[in-house]
Design a binder for this molecule. Structure first.
Ligand SMILES: *Cc1c(COP(=O)(O)O)cnc(C)c1O
Length: 378
């Protein structure tokens, strides 16, 4: 019986301290945003990422919406991004009237193909949004020099990439802005949650205003002004203290959570090597300049295999596996608001062959062997 128990695709990991910190926040009697726990999270993220300014948001989606406000995206401004990403990468800019321009991805990392960005640049291009899929860095040197040469901003969608590095530097600290997610499905979680990284001092005060309903309340709290007033556009993008208290418990153990995920990731990589040799799947490829955070272990099925059948077959062996993005350029929203440049052939084929395997803190090696055994039957 036990042998056939279901291996979940994901189980949120909790350190055990979350409720204690939530109780502390409760007794602090400070429940709105930017209290003691939020400040601790900010300081931790700034120090750990070596980033001048980080602000918590209620989601990565909110951080992306803030980025669109900070960049003053206007109707018909074009934003270059991969089609192989989550809807929020595009939606945040579409909300401001911007138009996503989709380019193809690289076959090795499934990240935006930096060699295809230049042909997508027009006089209307405002920004490039590289998405670090599975926590593996995009080719940031090339992307940053392209952006500099063309006067474009870079917003890194680092939703999945907390504490991952490219050439030793943390992802989310290359572009003017980076965005991080603490959604339940990510490595470090607070249920819903996120953060925005601001890598240029000039952006910080703008970001604070947009995040606080378009007011200068942040300056008021610091005693820099004697009252706060409506300044400009804005919304409420900050989480309350209960969320920050939960997140603090997670951040304290972030390094060990990632180390444990990495061990599981590496075990899959070893277990599946013979299946790759047999030609039934391809394992993830990590460029030597990238140090990743083991956010996802995916496989790319041989094109001869039918993914739905593979999912069903794994399922009958008690293994839950899931596919990922439906490419945005082929979705109703993407067709309505965006356009593709060049062929998106790799996006289409890789997205349709991709399968994510169970990966969560606590997953046992024997469970991973069961996943391997089930895949070996294909
Ligand atoms: C998860 C994710 C988001 C959205 O994060 P939320 O915190 O749920 O808003 C955005 N982009 C990418 C690439 C993601 O993986």
């Amino acid at each position: 019986m036990k042998q056939n128990s279901l291996i979940d695709f994901n189980r949120p990991y909790m350190t055990g301290k979350e409720l204690f910190y939530i109780a502390e926040a409760h007794f602090n009697g400070k429940l709105a945003g930017d209290g003691p726990f939020t400040n601790r999270c900010h300081a931790w993220l700034e120090k750990s990422l070596n980033c001048p300014k980080v602000l918590l948001t209620h989601s990565c989606t909110a951080a992306l919406e803030m980025a669109a406000l900070i960049l003053d995206v206007k109707p018909f401004d074009e934003i270059i991004m991969p089609s192989f990403t989550f809807v929020s990468t595009a939606n945040a800019f579409v909300l401001r009237g911007g138009a996503p321009v989709f380019v193809d991805i690289r076959e090795d990392t499934l990240n935006i193909d930096e060699r295809k960005i230049e042909e997508a640049i027009t006089p209307k291009t405002k920004a490039i949004v590289p998405v670090h899929y599975a926590g593996v860095g995009c080719e940031m040197d090339t992307i940053m020099s392209l952006a500099r040469a063309n006067g474009l901003a870079v917003v890194e969608d680092a939703a999945q990439a907390l504490l991952s590095r490219y050439k030793g530097q943390y992802l989310g600290t290359f572009g003017e802005i980076g965005t991080i997610s603490f959604h339940e499905t990510k490595n470090i979680i607070s249920g819903e949650g996120g953060a925005i990284t601001l890598n240029e001092a000039a952006l910080t005060s703008m970001a604070e205003v947009f995040r606080e309903k378009g007011t200068d309340r942040s300056r008021f709290f610091r005693g820099e002004v004697d009252k706060y007033t409506w300044q400009t556009l804005g919304s409420s993008f900050l989480p309350g203290e209960l969320i920050a208290a939960f997140l603090w418990a997670q951040l304290e153990e972030a390094q060990s959570i990632i180390a444990r995920r990495k061990k599981i990731w590496n075990t899959y990589h070893e277990l599946l090597e013979p299946l790759e040799k047999r030609g039934i799947l391809r394992r993830p490829i990590i460029p030597p300049e990238c140090d990743h955070n083991a956010h996802i272990y995916y496989i790319l099925l041989a094109s001869s295999l039918d993914r739905d059948r593979v999912i069903a077959s794994l399922r009958s062996d008690g293994v839950q596996s899931v596919f990922h993005y439906v490419p945005l350029h082929s979705s109703p929203g993407g067709r309505k608001y965006g356009r593709a440049v060049g062929s998106l052939g790799l996006t289409d084929s890789l997205a349709s062959r991709l399968l994510r395997l169970p990966l969560w803190v606590g997953l046992k090696e024997e469970d991973q062997e069961r996943v391997r055994d089930s895949l070996a039957k294909l």
